[in-house]
Design a protein around this ligand. Structure first.
Ligand code: 3PY
Ligand code: MG
Length: 263
């Protein structure tokens, strides 16, 4: 089976830079996949992407060096299994708040006896290779999103989930629940403490710590802070920002600013 490069990067403690696709286009997936990201995530939760588009985006990513990941809409075993069959090499699951939810998520990602994934590997075989069914359990990456107050409270139990590779902070949702306003780079003391806590608990339990960021600079700061898996904004943010900058420069104006949520 094709190895999941992310597992090796995790072992080596090398940073993983992850692209993020919200635009339903195999062409933009292909472009993004060729830019040097270690992984690229197809976002079914907040991206404007249905199954048919996700399939073509995963096919496009297969032709690039980036490892194809999917953020599912919620902790739904049917959707998780279908996206793995479509060739995702890892799943990011939003809104994991309890150890039970984390266990259900991980079980959906793996074949029995470890999990409950139904057999029908489809594109998994084409992308991964003929021996995909025998090795998928070792290669598929599982990241639970910590983005609720309850998830933060249950962090240790979630991290202790057998087979869970790590957690990924959704900073907009987490700051919304903790401080009342969504901000991906919130400086609110409660949010700063929460982020620190995730980094230190992941280090203690030897799990991957990931976070969504609004820019390359912000992602660099997160790596310095101890995160190993960072997303330096999504395609929509990058496209909008590049357009605003080009327009401002053409008008001879100064660089425009970006909102707190990164858009
Ligand atoms: C969040 O910030 O809540 C996210 O889910 C990032 O996509
Ligand atoms: Mg979120």
């Amino acid at each position: 089976m094709r190895r999941n490069k992310l597992k090796q990067l995790i072992q080596e403690q090398s940073p993983i830079i992850n692209g993020w696709l919200a635009i339903p286009s195999s062409y933009s997936a292909e472009i993004v996949g060729h830019q040097g990201y270690d992984a690229v995530t197809v976002d079914l939760q907040h991206g404007m992407i249905d199954f048919a588009s996700a399939l073509t985006m995963l096919q496009a990513l297969s032709a690039t060096p980036a490892v194809p990941l999917v953020r599912v809409q919620h902790n739904d075993p049917a959707q998780i299994m279908r996206m793995l069959d479509a060739g995702a090499y890892g799943i990011i699951c939003p809104m994991i708040s309890t150890a039970e939810q984390a266990a259900r998520f991980v079980a959906a990602c793996h074949y029995p006896p470890f999990g409950v994934r139904s057999f029908g590997p489809a594109r998994g075989l084409l992308y991964g290779g003929a021996d995909y069914p025998q090795h998928a359990c070792q290669e598929i990456l599982t990241l639970a999103m910590i983005e609720t107050r309850e998830g933060l409270a249950n962090l240790d139990a979630i991290l202790a989930t057998d087979g869970l590779d790590g957690v990924f902070i959704g900073p907009n949702d987490l700051s919304l629940t903790l401080t009342g306003s969504a901000s991906a780079e919130s400086q609110h003391p409660e949010m700063l403490a929460a982020v620190e806590r995730v980094v230190s608990r992941c280090r203690q339990q030897q799990k991957l710590a990931g976070i969504f960021c609004t820019s390359g600079d912000a992602a660099r700061l997160r790596i310095d802070q101890g995160f190993q898996f960072v997303t330096p904004a999504n395609d929509v943010m990058q496209l909008g920002r590049a357009a605003r900058e080009a327009i401002a420069l053409a008008r001879g104006a100064s660089a425009p600013t970006t909102g707190a949520s990164g858009y």
